[in-house]
Design a protein around this ligand. Structure first.
Ligand code: NAP
Length: 393
């Protein structure tokens, strides 16, 4: 990287951040002022400006990066990559495995993952040791599946160095869907299930310390809003659309990750990051009408290939300066976790993501929704078990 990650351009605490920040690590006291019911106009317009800016200028902003991104040595790493049968996740898994890491493809279609491994092994033959990849089933639309996955992984008593929460959905234009667990599907797949997975895998991440949790987030979180009393967007206070569902789920992930980052003491050695992959040509547009899908793939200059889109996640997962950078944010009592932009530079997440009062409420509500106790992180750090409503925990 031409610029060190330890320089943090654009990262400045606003006076509001300092006011909203609790000193004792407990939720901030209730404010007397009226509950916010959505983004203000200026925040909303600024959010869309970030989205359009990323779309128009991502290629220029990332012009200093090589493609594929050269990786530091990863032979000692064990990495779990969710949703690695398609798009960005497929590229992350393939590149990590080709660079020598032990990769676990955590996917809902194991057969498709096995076929990919077979193909990669054929392509790789004669070029050294075959890639060390395995497949484990994980369906994020079932919290039971998430808990069982974590149980199976933790039972190995081995280390986990990198968890990449990549799998996600954006059901563009589709009507609201509720999972069998009772949650809006964007919220469940993009936020609740990865949150449960991250917490339940803490024992293995501690064994693998220094380790990392990398959440593949989105610039769309800048236009997101979360009402922790209405995570499913069913109260009628806000009108549901797939955009509201998607953007809200990505913002909830940044908020939850920020509190997890604060709750994990420096000694645990676990870095928590969110990344934006950029605007990437993947199957994410599969729900668009056909003519829009064609248009989406017809603007290749602006849109990243999946290989280009995997760079920020691979950077967050492997760059040697990342843990130090995350520690610096922690020791500065920075209100949010590290957020790496599509050009592999640290940036500030949205203004709303800095709302610590809401972030603590989202943290509590998320733990309640995924069936974990509010002290689960501290219990796991202490080497105790965390009880969970799902799986056999
Ligand atoms: N593409 C973009 O422009 C863009 C921009 C910003 C952020 N992102 C984020 O990047 C991440 C990867 O998306 P992508 O663009 O690579 O899209 P993609 O090609 O659609 O890949 C999504 C992956 O998630 C998996 N998945 C979906 N639902 C799942 C479930 N219930 N359980 C387990 N896995 C599930 C899919 O599995 P199947 O293969 O079985 O369908 C697929 O492997 C997502 O978090 C997305 O929000 C993408």
């Amino acid at each position: 990287m031409d610029e060190g990650i330890s320089s943090t351009p654009g990262l400045r605490k606003s006076p509001d951040d300092e006011k909203s920040e609790p000193r004792d690590g407990n939720p901030a006291p209730e404010r007397k002022n009226k509950k916010k019911s959505g983004l203000g106009w200026i925040e909303w317009l600024r959010g869309w400006w970030y989205v359009i800016h990323e779309f128009l200028f991502q290629r220029i902003m990332a012009s200093h990066l090589q493609n594929p991104l050269p990786l530091p040595p990863v032979n000692e790493l064990t990495c779990i990559v969710t949703g690695s049968t398609s798009g960005i996740g497929l590229q992350i898994a393939r590149q990590l495995a080709e660079a020598g890491a032990h990769v676990v493809m955590a996917v809902r279609k194991p057969r498709a993952a096995q076929d990919l491994i077979q193909k990669w092994q054929n392509e790789w033959s004669g070029m050294g040791l075959p890639p060390n990849i395995e497949v484990m089933e994980l369906d994020l639309l079932s919290l039971d599946s998430v808990a069982r996955f974590a149980e199976a992984w933790n039972a190995r008593l081995g280390p986990l160095h990198v968890l990449i929460n990549n799998a996600g959905i954006f059901s563009i234009g589709e009507p609201q869907k509720i999972s069998k667990d009772g949650y809006e599907e964007h919220m469940q797949v993009n936020h609740l299930a990865p949150a449960l997975l991250s917490v339940l895998l803490l024992p293995s991440l501690i064994r693998g310390s220094p380790s990392r949790i990398v959440n593949v987030n989105s610039v769309m979180h800048y236009v997101g809003f979360v009402d922790e009393e209405d995570m499913n967007v069913v109260s009628g206070r806000r009108k549901y659309s797939s955009l509201v569902g998607y953007a809200g789920s990505k913002l909830a992930q940044v908020m939850f990750s920020s509190i997890l980052h604060k709750r994990l003491p420096a000694e645990a050695g676990i870095s928590v990051l969110c990344v934006s992959p950029g605007v990437v040509s993947t199957n994410v547009a599969r729900d668009l009408p056909r003519f829009l899908q064609a248009g989406y793939h017809l603007i290749p200059y602006f849109i990243f290939s999946p290989e280009e889109g995997s760079r920020s996640s691979l950077f967050a997962a492997t760059d040697p300066q990342v843990p130090e950078y995350c520690e610096m944010l922690k020791s500065d009592d920075w209100p949010v976790c590290a957020f790496i932009s599509q050009d592999c530079r640290p940036t500030n997440p949205s203004e709303e993501a800095h709302n610590l009062e809401t972030a603590y409420k989202v943290w509590e509500k998320t733990l309640e929704m995924v069936g974990l106790s509010s002290d689960c992180v501290e219990r796991l750090l202490d080497g105790q078990e965390a009880s969970c409503r799902y799986g056999a925990y």
